[in-house]
Ligand binder design. Sequence first.
Ligand code: UDP
Length: 343
Amino acid sequence: MKQERNILICGGAGYIGSHMAQWLAEHGHEVTVLDNLSTGHREAVRWGDLIEADLLDPASLERAFGGRRFDAVMHFCARSLVGESVTQPYAYYANNVTGTLNLLEAMRRHDVGKLVFSSTAAVFGNPITDAIDEAHPKAPINPYGASKLMAERFLSDAAQAYGLRSVALRYFNAAGALPDHGIGEAHACETHLIPNVLRAALGQGPSLKIFGNDYDTADGTCVRDYVHVQDLAQAHALALNFMDKEEGAHTFNLGNGQGFSVHDVIATAANVTGLPIPYEVTARREGDPARLVAASDKAREQLGWAPQWTELAPIIDSAWRWHHDQPTWSPHHAHNDHPVQAA
Ligand code: UDP
């Protein structure tokens, strides 16, 4: 029998969190979104109530958990930009480490014993194998990856100390959108490759910059593994079932297992849009490994994860349909110096 759950989505007004809310609501679960709207959008909260709270403000967390009963928490609140993490490490450790500690403490006080955590391929640093599995050494080369690895470590300590059950999902490159549900990627200051490529196709904003073409890859540009946000949402839902049976802290890598270079993405986007994508090659961006491709066999075997969006073109097409007709969402309001971002 299908079990309906009451899920708190921290960062549910953000890119991946809003797709999570859509998935859970469509599958009959009760959703509550917690977000400080520092980078998330009120308009993206289309499923469930919105609680405005901040992980760096324990009193607001206390209010959020008080009087409500959650079966599990999904935690998408984070600063998540590699380049920015190099120049603003404080914000990354404060939000991603302290914010997570505060959230887990609120969960412990309110007896919520299951967490699905957004982690990242950035915990691995420069890969020493072609495809990265969970056993690969963790040697982050930027503060973003380091902050997520510290939070992962805390999850295993919390499993030991208080019996917290958790699944940390290490996303490779989240991409795509669900334009038919009115949600997609909308960052005030866009740094991600696919949205920037699509903006260049539309002639919006500054021209596309390729950050380095002297990497040790086939065409000299960085290679990444793009995975659709809806497939990421599916994995989170499966993680809830997994935690019903399994105690402890678990980690899974999530990607399609195929690497695409920046030039591959540009060529595919030119095909999908039928438009030229003007670009210029500039210096490398600090903190970028040359190649990040997932081995996700563990997620497929143990969670039963079966990604539906296995080709790059449909992923880019979904993003394209969203960007093309993107609604104007309210600007972010920065109400503290170190906002917790909905990833
Ligand atoms: N990239 C680029 N131009 C851009 C944005 C990204 O060349 O405008 C490159 C970036 O250096 C990286 C890849 O595209 O190699 C993916 O970057 P993105 O920021 O989308 O994701 P990340 O891998 O940093 O999580």
